[in-house]
Design a protein around this ligand. Structure first.
Ligand SMILES: C[S@@+](CC[C@H](N)C(=O)[O-])C[C@H]1O[C@@H](n2cnc3c(N)ncnc32)[C@H](O)[C@@H]1O
Length: 391
C-alpha cells in the first residue's frame, strides 16, 4: 500500500468515525422548541423528514413521534441506511434486541407516521402509543431499495429523493463526511431544514456562499457550547458514561446546528460601542490611535465581534465565530479573506510577508507584514433589508 492510499484510507476511516455520533434527545428538544418561541406554528401541518435516522434508534424519530400532536405534524417520515454502522446499542424498540442478543443488521426502511392517537388508552398520546402504532401497523414500514448508484436508504437514492420531494422540513444529524453533498441536495430541492454539522463547514467554498446570501444560518443553540453525542460501545475515547442510560457520551466542541428556518436569536442586535469608545475601552485596542487596516484589502481588522464599531460604515474583517452572532438586519456579509484580498505579490516585496493561501495581511510598520487568520468581511446594513426567511 502506498503512503497516499494509506492516508486516504485513514482519512476515510476518520470520516466514518465522525459519522457515528448520535444526537441526544435533549439537544433535539432544546433546538426544535426554540423555533416555537419565535413561531409556535413552525412545524404545524408540515411533513418532517429525518433521512439519516434509523427509526428504531434515532432520537430524532423518538422526539418527533412523541411530540407529533403537540407540534401539529402532518406526517413524520424517517429512513434508515443499509450501511449503518450502528452497533445496536441505542435501541428504542425491543424487537431489535430480541433473539440471541445480537441484533440483526437493520435493513433500509422508511417508517411513515401520519397520526399518533392514544393507542393504549391511557389518556396520553406519546412514544408508547407510537410503539403500539408501529406494532399494529406493519404497513407503516416500507422497505427501501437501492439503485444503480446508491444503497438502500442512502439519502441520495431514488426512493429517498422521492420521499424528500414530499417533505416540508428535513431534520437530522447527517453523516459528517457527506455534509457538502447533503446540503447541496437540500438546496437543490428547496427544502427547509434543521441539521447538525461542523463549525468548520462555515468556510467551505460551497457552504459559505449560502451563509453569505442568507440561504442558511446557524441554529438557536449557541455554538460556543459544543455538543455531547452518544457514541457506539466500541469507542475508546469518550467524555463520560450517561448515568441513566449507560451509554458512552463524547463531546464535540465544533458541532452546531444549521438551518434556513427563522428564529429569534438571529434577530437580536449586537449592542456595540462607537469606534472612539472601543479605542478607549476595549482591551485589545487600548493605546491604539486607529483600528488596523489590511494591506491587501480596503477594510479594518476587528479581532473580536465585541469590538465591531457601531459608527463605521466601511468593510470590517471579523473572526469566523462572528457567524454565531450574525443578525442579517444589522449586518451584511460581503465575503471573506478567502476571496476578497488582493494577492500580496501585488502590494508588497517578496520576502516581506509569509506567503500561503488567500489571506489578509497587516503592515507591521517595519516593512514586513503579518498574516491574519481567516476573516469574514461584514458591513453595517444601514438601509437595505435582508432577504426574508422562507416558509
Ligand atoms: C452522525 S450519524 C447520526 C445519526 C442520527 N441522525 C442521530 O443524529 O442520532 C449519521 C447517520 O447517517 C447514516 N448514514 C451514513 N451514510 C448515509 C447515507 N449515504 N445516507 C443516509 N444515511 C447515511 C449513518 O449510518 C448514521 O446513522
Amino acid at each position: 500500500m502506498t503512503r497516499n492510499s494509506l492516508n486516504r484510507g485513514l482519512g476515510a476511516a476518520r470520516a466514518a468515525k465522525k459519522d457515528e455520533f448520535y444526537t441526544q434527545y435533549d439537544d433535539i428538544q432544546k433546538e426544535v422548541e426554540a423555533y416555537l418561541e419565535f413561531d409556535p406554528d413552525t412545524f404545524r401541518g408540515q411533513v418532517v423528514y429525518c433521512n439519516c435516522d434509523d427509526p428504531f434508534e434515532s432520537n430524532f424519530f423518538k422526539y418527533f413521534a412523541a411530540n407529533f400532536n403537540t407540534l401539529g405534524l402532518k406526517k413524520l417520515v424517517t429512513t434508515s441506511y443499509d450501511g449503518s454502522p450502528i452497533a445496536g446499542q441505542l435501541t428504542l424498540f425491543p424487537e431489535y434486541s430480541e433473539g440471541n442478543g445480537k441484533r440483526k443488521k437493520p435493513k433500509a426502511l422508511a417508517v411513515i407516521i401520519d397520526h399518533v392517537k392514544d393507542e393504549d388508552g391511557d389518556g396520553a398520546a406519546n412514544i408508547d402509543d407510537v410503539k403500539l402504532f408501529l406494532k399494529r401497523n406493519k404497513a407503516a414500514r416500507i422497505p427501501l431499495k437501492g439503485d444503480d448508484k446508491y444503497g438502500g436508504g442512502d439519502f441520495r437514492s431514488a426512493d429517498c429523493v422521492e420521499l424528500l420531494k414530499q417533505a416540508d422540513i428535513v431534520v437530522t444529524n447527517p453523516p459528517f463526511s457527506l455534509f457538502r453533498e447533503y446540503v447541496a441536495q437540500l438546496v437543490e430541492h428547496s427544502k427547509r431544514f434543521l441539521i447538525i454539522g461542523n463549525t468548520n463547514s462555515i468556510t467551505y467554498k460551497d457552504i459559505f456562499p449560502l451563509i453569505k446570501d442568507n440561504w442558511m444560518w446557524l441554529g438557536c443553540t449557541n455554538f460556543n457550547v459544543g455538543m455531547f453525542f452518544e457514541v457506539p460501545d466500541h469507542w475508546g475515547h469518550f467524555h463520560h458514561i450517561d448515568r441513566e442510560t449507560g451509554k458512552k457520551i463524547a463531546r464535540v466542541s465544533s458541532s452546531c446546528w444549521y438551518t434556513n428556518i427563522d428564529h429569534g436569536r438571529r434577530h437580536q442586535p449586537l449592542s456595540l460601542m462607537t469606534m472612539a469608545e472601543n479605542l478607549k475601552f476595549s482591551k485589545n485596542l487600548r493605546g491604539k490611535a486607529t483600528y488596523d487596516r489590511y494591506a491587501n484589502y480596503d477594510g479594518i481588522e476587528v479581532g473580536n465581534y465585541k469590538e465591531i464599531p457601531s459608527d463605521y460604515d466601511g468593510s470590517m474583517g471579523v473572526p469566523i465565530t462572528f457567524i454565531d452572532k450574525y443578525n442579517p438586519d444589522q449586518f451584511e456579509i460581503l465575503g471573506s479573506s478567502m476571496n476578497l484580498g488582493v494577492p500580496m505579490s501585488q502590494v508588497a516585496q517578496k520576502g516581506s510577508y509569509l506567503p500561503g493561501g488567500p489571506r489578509f495581511y497587516i503592515a507591521n510598520g517595519d516593512g514586513s507584514y503579518r498574516r491574519m487568520y481567516d476573516r469574514i468581511v461584514i458591513r453595517h446594513r444601514r438601509t437595505r433589508p435582508a432577504r426574508k426567511a422562507t416558509k
